[in-house]
Design a protein around this ligand. Structure first.
Ligand code: ADP
Ligand code: MG
Length: 211
């Protein structure tokens, strides 16, 4: 844990209150590094071990920066699995509870028509697996023109599951003017190459495991 408090960052009351409700007394080390940098809209690569609190590290600044009034999706979070998409969707919903942030999960093996109906409603954040997100893009059911924040979670898992090409194709369809955050427990060469292609002067954050 860092010595910092969530109150030390420029976070609104709605977000602070949600964190208190979740029982998050203090930011973890990765949250302490990522939250201020993400709020400054820097591209980031973040290497930090499993269980270190990476979801809230991106979830908190995203929920802070998303504009409630906008009807089209503003943030896209890509995860390697359905389970993770649902977990991250729930975490975003919890962090954004008092700001009434709407997150929508998109994953395979759930009907397109159900997801398409959800996408017709106001949604701020999309949390999806690459395959299903690409399907929605190709069908024209997911609007991307307002996406300003992209998160790639568990990038090393994406790589080992063979999703990197698909991730790259999705990124090519996003607006160029955006913030890109990539999270991983390890940063293999192919992930570094991807970062080079899709980010602008990223800040590299690496949290060392405690001895
Ligand atoms: P990672 O993505 O790095 O593997 P998670 O984001 O899944 O880690 O977080 C691991 C656990 O820590 C979750 O149960 C989460 O609710 C909890 N957690 C995250 N941030 C905090 C915090 N600041 N204080 C207490 N618990 C936290
Ligand atoms: Mg994680």
């Amino acid at each position: 844990m860092s010595e910092k408090r969530f109150n030390d960052y420029k976070l609104s009351e709605d977000i602070i209150r949600a964190l208190e409700g979740l029982g998050y007394a203090q930011p973890t080390d990765v949250q302490n590094q990522v939250i201020p940098a993400a709020l400054e809209k820097k591209d980031l690569t973040v290497k930090s071990k499993t269980g270190s609190g990476k979801t809230a590290a991106f979830g908190i600044p995203l929920c802070e920066m998303v504009e409630w009034e906008e009807n089209k999706p503003q943030a896209l979070i890509l995860t390697p699995t359905r389970e993770l998409a649902l977990q991250v969707n729930e975490d975003i919903t919890n962090i954004g509870r008092f700001k009434r942030i709407k997150a929508t999960p998109l994953y395979g093996k759930e009907s397109f028509s159900k997801q398409t109906a959800q996408l017709k409603q106001k949604t701020h954040v999309i949390v999806g697996t690459p395959g299903r997100v690409m399907d929605h893009i190709e069908r024209g059911t997911l609007e991307l023109e307002r996406i300003r924040y992209l998160v790639i979670d568990e990038a090393d898992e994406m790589l080992s599951m063979g999703f990197i090409e698909q991730v790259e194709k999705i990124v090519q369809k996003l607006p160029k003017s955006r913030v890109t955050l990539l999270f991983s427990a390890t940063l293999p060469k192919d992930i570094e190459k991807l970062c080079h292609k899709i980010m602008k002067n990223p800040v590299n954050i690496e949290i060392m495991a405690a001895p």
